[in-house]
Design a protein around this ligand. Sequence first.
Ligand SMILES: [Zn+2]
Ligand SMILES: [Zn+2]
Length: 327
Amino acid sequence: MTPYLEIGGDYREVVPGIHMLELPLPFSLGIVNVWLVRLESGWLLIDTGMHTEACFDALARALEGLSVEWRDIRRILLTHIHPDHIGLVPKLIPLTGSPLDLHWADNELLIQITEKDLHSDRETEILSAAGVSSGMRELVYASMVEIQQSFVRLTPDRLLSGGETVATAHGALEVIWTPGHSPGHVCLYDRERRLLISGDHILEHISPNIGWQPGRDALGEFLSSLDRIAALDVDLVLPSHGAPFKGHREWVRKTQEHHAERCARIVALVEDGASTAHQIAARLWNRHLSPFHYRFAIFEVLAHLEYLERREVLHADRSAEVHHWTR
Ligand SMILES: [Zn+2]
Ligand SMILES: [Zn+2]
């Protein structure tokens, strides 16, 4: 991991009653935004940052600057279970005494991921089937150890399923289930003020990676979730990484185009003889990827292959250990 960048720790009130707190991350995303939302009594914290001292210090300093005590936080809600969003939960629950809200599908995934032996067996199976060599698999595992340790089992007080509303001092926030980046990702929508707290579902300059798992049409889910968001009137998107921005429908259109192009590229590569996820990823990226990023590339390809198979564009042969794809 790279050393901390000298950024993070800033906070500001983006709209009345919603404060954006920038917390520093030890990797290239740089910063995760968490949101402190004023309730009739006390505050709601949306996401917590990573389990690092730097994150905790930045959060503590921001609260101090806003004269908010730990005990004033009355509720913690997680957009999804990635370590940059949930890391500080175990530390914050005893400090705040706050109940925890998380979508049931992400809670289930978290239980799976934290069953370490089972999880690593599943990873081996997926990577072998993708045609990844055993040498490369070892490098991938080694690159995942640190991130793997930052997934911790949580005990949510409320399991969300989408459709709930959270009353705040400035009106209601609606919980919108937006699976794709993770199976239980949620966004929060302020219908009256036309604001969307978008988590990692919509990030201005990044195409969020698709959280594929075997048997799951994660890309299909992601694209449907984008349709659901495009149907909403939104004047300002408040994302987990990067500054608030406008133009969510344009972003959705471009992102859908991006995935359509990637699907077309993959079909062309398959027609050209690339038949495993590894072969497709190698030709799609065509440059050196670190083992960590290579794993994401493989999963990204698998998400697209699954999507194309379900729409009967490609055919999968899973009869051997390594799976092969044809037109
Ligand atoms: Zn994420
Ligand atoms: Zn994130």
